[in-house]
Design a protein around this ligand. Structure first.
Ligand code: ATP
Ligand code: MG
Length: 411
């Protein structure tokens, strides 16, 4: 990518009401644009991060037999009426719209109802089970308060997976597989070390659900953990009965602020029962399908990672998420010429700062703000050594690498 092709510019200031540091950087560096409170656009750089996150999630979910689809954002009220969730009193986060021809539609806050209804077309026998569809989709929620940039918004990108199983036993097996896949996903996203599977409140069909909580000062949640962090629970379930159940004592627990980056939930037959998603068993009986739902906050993750991986100069993306791996710049005519030679053919991994009129100092500041993992500088000094200066954005460590070797690394 050429810097000159960006239509975005780095900004000196972020909107005043944006207090979280990562959120400020995302706006100043041109990753996101704030339309209004809780509503954001993903600009070209930000979109590349979103796509990188999605790809990691997609690979791990495909490995456990899930299948991607894309459902509509406009939703029919009918299945929601069957589960009694169309009622604003019961679901206060609805955004609604009206049809020109008359009648109301919902703007997707989640997809249990429409997907359960859709599955009635495809599931009728035990032979049709299991099914594990998932999607990356824009959800709309009329949240009372938008918070911390893209961490809590009114329109956001969620990965939602749903499982349709024969019975509780086969459901549980998949549920555990999803938990393992999630752990791999958070490790690959670079937040494995401080993301915990926590006990959270359950429903009629399960004592507990599980959340995946990443420790961060800007998180809205409070989690509690024991010494070796083998038991981690949400504040909402911290009571005597649960403590006894999990075999921990109140005095041994410490707390930390965290952000929910995913959750897994046993739905049982709550939705299938209400909507009439049944299958014929081997002995010709009818049973409701046993369901689960599994969310990951894709856009929230980008916000959480920006918050956790930044310093006083800007963003610090891990390699697998960065829009580009290298920020390449030459100083002086000869340096810029050499940079062009190295850049040729590597448009996907290299961002070349080809602005002739911009002072190197400003380019250094932009490189730090944008946060690509490596800054590569070709200066008069490095040219004398037939080398390029490679600086690790995270550690600040600079190495002189022979130009030919760096060209090989790029290739
Ligand atoms: P929260 O408790 O944070 O409101 P939730 O329980 O409503 O989350 P789900 O409905 O299960 O969450 O959504 C799945 C995931 O989507 C969450 O784990 C979270 O990461 C993300 N998410 C939920 N609401 C928002 C939002 N308003 N903005 C951005 N991401 C969100
Ligand atoms: Mg919510």
């Amino acid at each position: 990518m050429r810097y000159k092709h960006f239509f975005t510019k780095t900004l000196r200031a972020a909107p005043k009401d944006e207090t979280a540091r990562g959120a400020q950087y995302l706006m100043r560096a041109g990753y996101v644009y704030k339309e209004l409170a809780g509503v954001y656009d993903y600009l070209p750089l930000g979109l590349r991060v979103i796509e990188n996150i999605k790809q990691i999630v997609r690979e791990e979910l495909d490995k456990i037999g899930s299948q991607e689809l894309l459902m509509s954002t406009l939703q029919n009220p009918e299945p929601w009426q069957k589960t009694d969730r169309w009622d604003i009193e019961k679901m206060d986060i609805w955004f609604r719209t009206t049809l020109a021809a008359g009648g109301e539609l919902g703007l997707a806050p989640t997809h249990e109802e429409p997907l359960t209804n859709l599955m009635k077309t495809y599931i009728s026998s035990y032979k049709d089970l299991p099914a594990y569809p998932y999607q990356f989709q824009t959800k709309f929620r009329n949240e009372l308060r938008a918070k911390s940039g893209i961490m809590r918004t009114r329109e956001f990108i969620m990965k939602d997976l749903y499982s349709f199983s024969l019975d509780r036993e086969s459901h549980q097996k998949f549920y555990d597989e999803v938990a393992e896949a999630y752990k791999k996903i958070y490790i690959r996203l670079g937040i494995g070390d401080d993301t915990y599977q926590t006990f959270a409140s359950g429903g009629v069909f399960c004592k507990y659900s599980h959340e995946f909580q990443t420790i961060t000062e800007v998180g809205e949640d409070l989690i509690w953990f024991n010494e070796d962090k083998s038991v981690v629970l949400n504040d909402e379930v911290l009571n005597d009965e649960v403590l006894k159940d999990l075999g921990v004592k109140r005095e041994e627990l410490k707390s930390a602020k965290a952000a929910e980056v995913g959750n897994i939930f046993t739905l049982g037959t709550k939705y299938s029962g209400a909507i009439g998603l049944e299958y014929d068993t081997k002995d010709g009986k009818k049973e409701p399908v046993f369901m689960g739902s599994y969310g990951i906050g894709v856009s929230r993750l980008m916000g959480v990672i920006a918050e956790k991986m930044c310093d006083d100069k800007g963003l610090v993306w891990p390699e697998h998420l960065a829009p580009y791996k290298y920020y390449l710049m030459g100083i002086g005519d000869e340096g810029m010429q050499k940079a062009e030679e190295l850049y040729a053919g590597h448009e996907e991994t290299v961002l070349i700062d080809d602005r002739a009129e911009v002072h190197p100092g400003e380019k250094f500041a932009d490189a730090d703000l944008l946060g690509m993992p490596y800054r590569v500088v070709i200066s008069e000094n490095s040219l004398k050594e037939d080398s390029v200066e490679v600086t690790d954005r995270k550690t600040g460590e600079t190495k002189l690498i022979k130009t030919a070797d760096f060209a090989k690394e790029l290739a």
